[in-house]
Design a protein around this ligand. Structure first.
Ligand SMILES: Cc1cc2nc3c(=O)[nH]c(=O)nc-3n(C[C@H](O)[C@H](O)[C@H](O)COP(=O)(O)OP(=O)(O)OC[C@H]3O[C@@H](n4cnc5c(N)ncnc54)[C@H](O)[C@@H]3O)c2cc1C
Length: 506
């Protein structure tokens, strides 16, 4: 986009994390002219750094967040239907620990979890004896009783891309690496200043309404919107994860009660790995500086090793990542404990009579992004009289249209059509791109058609596909956010990829 572009949008969204992407997708589906600016790569903020659970949040029952849990459980099933490749079931095992939450309490919590809404796609919970159940094999023999229940695992950064593709399909203008500089009201419209961070060009667009979904940067962005002040107090809470080689057989994960009374997950990740996390630590620095600390690593290793028969060591860690939760205070005692601060979202709307509105989003979970977007659009509908027809409940995200036969059947078809492709590569393609595999492999008849291999199973063909269709530019976009090939790519492969991308952008 150039400085001379004079663009007007009905709605302009600031921030390309999951919430901004979902708002853009919902709004564009209502036939609105939508623009979205993201200053980094999409999902480079919090939305690639989550625990990747699409869940009701069993732990939030302890803080009586029943509405949040119910809403999230409903969204879990909606997302399973509309993004079947990006959200899949996960059975979680919660061992009983002497001296911690009593068994009756866990049973009661799971009863609510199973029944807060009418579950259709997932199995209910049950008590298990770890000495007889396969989930007991990885645990120390001192653990005997446990409960197993259902949640979902998902791909956070790819959900962002799928929502952006959904928005683009309905005509939205998506601007990666564009910083929102500020906005001011000019009569009935907002004049929005943007900077293309690649070219350095600054330019203005106008819009009828603004949505601020800048996540941990929400207050900074709000401060650069003239005449608007927000009253919410945010608490930045760091959460980190470590990834180690796969620690147990079976597809189940564990939900572990830590010795300080928190809950931590450990589950299979990217086929050959185990993900362990997360922490709740105050974070005072800029969100983009967030990184894992030695203390967090020691804590996670100690807590997971209190359960596992075969201990995990520092030397096992192949990757770690950290993110910042922008949580807002609700007042009262629960604001003192970072792990009990609400995970719900809230809005502040500034809409003086006759002037264009801005809606600011605080908090929110990956799981509730679609609902948050529908709710935001409902608020704006009330102010601007836009269409009240929300399509996102049922409209399948790009790549998720497997039809009645489902994902497994589609994957089997792809395997049959490309018998020379390794099974794991087909599985990865179908999980990441769903039916967009048709575009990825269009005209491909033999391994040589995939072009140069950069290492692991990353070929030129996929890199070009990501550049052409998913706004990928840098190697980190490709190996950490569009895919997780970074877990398998060696230094030499990464250097070759960097050289290729440099040439491709010249
Ligand atoms: C450790 C951790 C674990 C979590 N686990 C889960 C989980 O398992 N399940 C779950 O449901 N939720 C989970 N969450 C919560 C979930 O990840 C977040 O709620 C969600 O990612 C927030 O998305 P967002 O779009 O609001 O923010 P972000 O993803 O941070 O997006 C905001 C974007 O705004 C951009 N931006 C900022 N300023 C500007 C500007 N001036 N111009 C242009 N762009 C700008 C940023 O670059 C950023 O990309 C977890 C969070 C953390 C930190």
């Amino acid at each position: 986009m150039t400085t001379s572009a004079k663009l007007h949008f009905d709605l302009f969204v600031i921030g390309g994390g999951i919430n901004g992407a979902a708002v853009a997708c919902d709004a564009a589906g209502r036939n609105l002219r939508v623009g979205l600016a993201e200053m980094q790569d999409f999902a480079e903020g919090t939305s690639s750094r989550s625990s990747k659970l699409i869940h009701g949040g069993l732990r939030y029952l302890e803080t009586y967040d029943f509405r949040l849990v119910r809403d999230a459980l409903i969204e879990r099933e909606i997302l399973m239907r509309k993004a079947a490749n990006l959200v899949w079931p996960l059975r979680l095992v919660l061992p009983h620990v002497k001296g911690q939450r009593p068994r009756w309490m866990i049973r009661l919590g799971l009863f609510f979890y199973d029944h807060l809404y009418r579950r259709k796609l997932l199995q209910g919970s049950q008590a298990i004896n770890l000495h007889r159940h396969e989930a007991g094999r990885a645990l120390k023999p001192s653990f005997r009783h446990a409960f197993i229940y259902s949640d979902c695992h998902g791909d956070d950064s790819r959900l962002v891309i799928a929502n952006l593709l959904g928005a683009q399909r309905h005509g939205a203008t998506i601007l990666p690496r564009h910083r929102f500089l500020g906005a001011e009201r000019s009569g009935k419209v907002w004049r929005v200043s943007l900077k293309d961070l690649r070219s350095g060009n600054e330019f203005d667009v106008t819009c009828d309404a603004l949505v601020n979904t800048a996540g941990p940067w929400v207050i900074d962005v709000a401060r650069s919107i003239a005449g608007v002040s927000v009253s919410r107090r945010l608490r930045m809470v760091r959460g980190s994860h470590i990834v180690v080689p796969r620690q147990w057989e079976g597809e189940h994960g564990y939900f572990l009660q830590t010795r300080d009374g928190r809950l931590m997950e450990a589950f299979p990740y990217e086929r050959d790995f185990t993900s362990i996390g997360t922490t709740d630590e105050p974070w005072e620095e800029a969100p983009e500086k967030v990184r894992i600390s030695d203390k967090e690593i020691d804590y996670m290793l100690a807590e997971v090793n209190a359960f596992l028969r075969r201990p995990v060591t520092r030397a096992d860690i192949v990757w770690s990542y950290s993110g910042v939760r922008p949580l807002f205070e609700v007042g009262g005692g629960r604001d003192n404990d970072l792990s009990t601060l609400t995970r719900d979202y809230s809005f502040e709307i500034d809409a003086p009579e006759g002037a264009p509105p801005v809606l600011t989003v605080f908090g929110g979970k990956l799981t509730t992004h679609r609902k948050l977007a529908e709710h935001a659009m409902k608020e704006l509908h009330g102010l601007l009289g836009w269409s009240d027809i929300c399509r996102t409940r049922t409209e399948v995200l790009p790549g998720g249209d497997f039809g009645a036969a489902g994902k497994a059947s589609y994957e089997a078809t792809v395997r049959k059509r490309f018998p020379w492709l390794p099974e794991a590569q087909v599985a990865r393609y179908v999980q990441q791109y769903g039916t967009r595999v048709e575009d990825l492999l269009s005209g491909v008849h033999a391994a040589s058609d995939l072009g140069e291999c950069f290492g692991a199973d990353l070929y030129k063909r996929e890199v070009d596909f990501l550049i052409a269709t998913e706004w990928a530019e840098a190697s980190a976009d490709i190996i950490w956010r569009r895919t997780k090939v970074g877990l398998r790519l060696d230094r030499e492969g990464l250097e070759r990829l960097d050289r290729y991308l440099e040439k491709a952008s010249a």
